[in-house]
Design a protein around this ligand. Structure first.
Ligand code: AMP
Length: 286
């Protein structure tokens, strides 16, 4: 496995790879089984391609009061995991490689990005789009893998690829969970043991409601929203940021269950730690 620590390293490696196609897996490191499932999926879906992982804690997607400084960084063990999962190359740029000090261009997706997480985290998806577009241009992949865990991010990136004509296929990876259902996330490490015990309430609530909708017991999105608020707010230590049922493509909130494919998404605070998760309806998801 090649560890590429600068743009020059990466360029040389790409030149040496000739016409072998590449599948990109962008990450911010602190790798866990969610991330390694993306490497494995890349290999499985594109067996003739090189898998290129990137590890970069992207400052532009963090708000001023968010956890950029505290975000876990553990490069050595991350590289070992990449090697174990047979990644061909890992690009680990410095901030200076990705952003000039006087950089004055960024990419804004202006529809999907304002909803859900975008409403709570202004500018977040500008940072995501900008860094992902740069990684696309720098690594020139044929395909890229993104997790459904970050469902809105996946939708925004699909939109960017469509609207900016990036010739890149998106591969969506299902969410990998802990045994008790909590979606794996680098931010789970911030939880106290009490918070960790409570955190599965997110997935429990999402699945209860999605089962209720599928069974016809929950007839409107409004009833579902009320139920989610009640369940999560009654849980000590949990504070609901949002719960929404949206059309899975436009991400617009649904008023009624009709022909759209619904997606249920939630963000919940445990102290300062904000965790997100989402599910589809049982017959349509996973
Ligand atoms: P991050 O390092 O959090 O920016 O995530 C990098 C990629 O891994 C993104 O495409 C995420 O959606 C994906 N990812 C993170 N956690 C999980 C998980 N539990 N299951 C599947 N994919 C995940």
């Amino acid at each position: 496995m090649e560890v590429l620590r600068s743009l020059d390293d990466l360029k040389q490696w790409i030149d040496g790879a000739g016409s072998v196609p590449r599948t990109l897996v962008p990450t911010m490191g602190a790798l866990h089984r969610g991330h390694t499932s993306l490497f494995d999926l890349a290999r499985c879906k594109k067996p003739d391609s090189d898998v290129v992982a990137t590890i970069f804690v992207n400052p532009t997607q963090f708000g001023p009061d968010e956890d950029f400084g505290a975000y876990p960084r553990q490069l050595e063990s991350d590289l070992q995991l990449c090697e174990k999962h047979r990644v061909e190359a890992v690009f680990v740029p410095e901030k200076e490689d990705m952003y000039r000090e006087d950089s004055s261009i960024s990419i804004t997706e202006s529809k999907l990005s304002n909803l859900l997480c975008g409403a709570s985290r202004p500018g977040h998806f500008d940072g995501v789009c900008t860094v992902v577009a740069k990684l696309f241009l720098i690594t020139q992949p044929d395909a890229a893998v993104f997790g459904e865990k970050d469902f809105q991010q996946l939708a925004v990136i699909r939109r960017m690829i469509r609207d900016l004509n990036f010739p890149i296929e998106v591969i969506a990876a299902p969410t990998v969970r802990e045994e008790d259902g909590l979606a794996m996330s680098s931010r789970n490490a911030y939880l106290t043991s009490d918070q960790r015990r409570t955190a599965p309430v997110i997935y429990d609530t999402l699945t209860q409601i999605s089962n209720g909708i599928a069974a016809g017991a929950i007839s409107t999105p409004e009833i579902a929203r009320k139920q989610a608020h009640r369940t999560i707010e009654s849980c000590e230590g949990a504070r609901l940021d949002y719960f929404e049922i949206v059309d899975s493509e436009s991400l617009e909130p649904l008023d009624a269950f009709g022909t759209e494919t619904p997606r249920l998404l939630a963000a919940v605070f445990f102290g300062k730690t904000r965790l997100i998760d989402n599910v589809g309806l049982p017959a349509l998801s996973e």
